[in-house]
Design a protein around this ligand. Structure first.
Ligand code: ADP
Length: 466
């Protein structure tokens, strides 16, 4: 990619290089044409020495030259300046032969235009001077009469100068094309390398171009995209891991009751001399195991139902205070019969929320079952309902054994249990809190665990008031 772009730039700049040479030649042609166009209108050409010269220098009228900012000097054959008007670049009244010769030979290099003619009759030189406004001393002159050696030497020098000019221009063109191409190929290469890393599975790949142009925008978009992919992949990995763990947990939890049922059924079938009492004992074990397996499957079904896209709640406008009061009243006989203390603090005012009464009841039911199941007799269970910032907050609290703080978040994941031995005794599936959380989320609310170890457990249900 780099070489292709680089060559493309080189080709483009080569065209510019040729155009520059063409333009330079054109500029010289134009310059000489323009110069010939305006030459007639220039003061130096309007007032040449030949126009004002007379046989007798005292009759020369220099006024028009002086008016136009020029100067007129007359030098006689003794090299004395016998007349001077306007600007004077000789600067002396009397010259030596050498000084006058130097003046004549050096006149071209001065910023003045001199027109000098010699009047043989009057034996004097007339010098008309005009200051040069702008002058480019360049002309290509070829004289066939010049010595052959000179022509070759001059031709070689000229060719050398032209070659150096062309070479320098070509070198600059090459360097500039490389620099310009690098401005594009370097960031492109970095972006390409980043994309390759991403393709090869390195989702932590990021690009840092240290630029502030359009490439920087591309870099930001690339980095943003890479960050999103990285996040997606890690989420996917996590959900894949969760799914794998869930299947493992399900099969593990179903295996025990199912193999127990199978074992006892085989025992009853094979032992013909079994007493009725023993058979009943085995049948009870079979029944309790099938109840356990059935409960697990029912709860799993409920959980997966809530994950399916077809799942929807039957929401109705409900006074949540009245609703919770009713549920608490239903809990009282259970709590009393099990020897639990209780305390309810529910506002007398009506607060309305959108509720699927059956499903929402499952949250309280699960929390109450857990509180009774996992805590010792005499534990205080309290329910408190408040409204804050248009949110109904129901705190379901017990001052029992509590849940370790490291399980604060995970406790809502399926099959997470604090203590498996404690749990197997109570027959919990580890799905109750997951189901309760999903129901709360489906109501645009939440279920969180506020207090952990040693302070009992406080589960907080929130649901938006309307
Ligand atoms: P399970 O069906 O096992 O009760 P849950 O999801 O309802 O499943 O509860 C997960 C675990 O959290 C329980 O196994 C239990 O160890 C613990 N737990 C839940 N509620 C309480 C509580 N009020 N006090 C102490 N531990 C609790």
């Amino acid at each position: 990619m780099k070489s292709k772009l680089s060559n493309q730039f080189l080709r483009s700049f080569l065209v510019i290089f040729l155009l520059t040479i063409l333009d330079t030649v054109l500029a010289f042609v134009l310059l000489s044409y323009a110069s010939s166009l305006i030459s007639d209108s220039l003061a130096k050409n309007q007032y040449p020495a030949s126009a004002i010269i007379k046989e007798d220098y005292s009759q020369i009228d220099a006024s028009s030259v002086i008016e136009r900012g020029g100067g007129v000097q007359v030098v006689d054959r003794e090299y004395r300046v016998v007349f001077s008007g306007g600007i004077d670049t000789i600067g002396k009244n009397e010259l030596t032969a050498q000084e006058f010769t130097r003046f004549l030979t050096e006149s071209r290099s001065k910023p003045y235009h001199y027109d000098i003619i010699y009047q043989p009759e009057g034996e004097f030189w007339l010098i008309v001077t005009f200051p040069t406004s702008l002058r480019l001393d360049f002309s290509l002159v070829h004289n066939k009469e010049a010595a052959t050696g000179d022509f070759i030497r001059s031709g070689l020098v000229l060719t050398f100068v032209v070659l150096v000019f062309v070479l320098i221009l070509a070198l600059f063109t090459y360097i500039y094309s490389k620099i310009t191409a690098a401005g594009i190929t370097v960031p492109l290469k970095k972006l390409r390398d980043g994309t390759r890393l991403l393709r090869e599975g390195d989702y932590s790949a990021r690009v840092d171009l240290r630029l502030k142009n359009e490439f920087a925008e591309l870099q930001d978009t690339f980095n943003d995209m890479a960050a999103r992919i990285e996040q997606e992949i890690s989420l996917r990995k996590k959900s894949e891991e969760d799914r794998r763990r869930l299947i493992l947990d399900i099969s593990h939890d179903l295996k025990n009751p199912m193999s127990s049922i199978q074992g006892y059924v085989e025992l009853i079938m094979n032992k013909e001399d079994m007493t009725a009492q023993k058979r009943n004992e085995y049948l009870e074990i079979i029944l309790s195991n099938s109840i356990r397996a059935n409960k697990l499957l029912t709860e799993l079904f409920e959980l997966s139902q809530m994950d399916s896209p077809e799942f929807s709640l039957k929401l109705e406008r409900t006074d949540i205070c009245e609703y919770i009061r009713q549920i608490c009243a239903e809990l009282v006989p259970v709590l009393e019969s099990q020897g639990f203390e209780y305390q309810f603090d529910i506002s007398e005012e009506s607060v309305f929320v959108m509720l699927d009464a059956d499903r929402f009841g499952r949250i309280i039911q699960n929390l109450a079952n857990n509180a009774v199941r996992y805590n010792p007799t005499g534990t205080l269970i309290s329910v408190r309902l408040t409204v804050q910032n248009n949110q109904v907050i129901i705190d379901f609290r017990d001052n029992g054994i509590g849940i370790p703080s490291h399980l604060k978040e995970n406790i809502f994941n399926p099959f997470v249990r604090v203590d498996d031995s404690r749990n197997s005794k109570s027959g919990g599936s580890g799905l109750g809190l997951s189901i309760a959380k999903k129901i709360a989320l489906a109501h645009a609310g939440d279920l969180t665990l506020c207090h952990g170890e040693n302070a009992g457990s406080t589960f907080r249900i929130t649901v938006p008031a309307i």
